[in-house]
Design a protein around this ligand. Structure first.
Ligand SMILES: [Zn+2]
Length: 65
């Protein structure tokens, strides 16, 4: 059963490294040598572009505990 209501992309400021936006590095800590997993989507403030981000698991984004 699909999620009824996927979390809306988190709006962020536009100073995040592009590799983090591309999901090539952990969005939170910037790690590139760890296993990265999809961590939802963000939009850069002032843009409509939605980015698929990843994290190494150091922190969860967009998930209610
Ligand atoms: Zn991390």
């Amino acid at each position: 059963m699909p999620n009824a209501l996927p979390p809306a992309p988190a709006a962020i400021e536009g100073r995040v490294s592009i590799v983090r936006l591309h999901g090539e590095a952990c969005f939170d800590c910037g790690a590139v040598n760890r296993t990265l997993r999809a961590a939802g989507h963000v939009v850069v403030h002032g843009s409509n572009r939605v980015w698929e981000i990843s994290t190494c698991g150091c922190r969860r984004i967009g998930t209610a505990a």
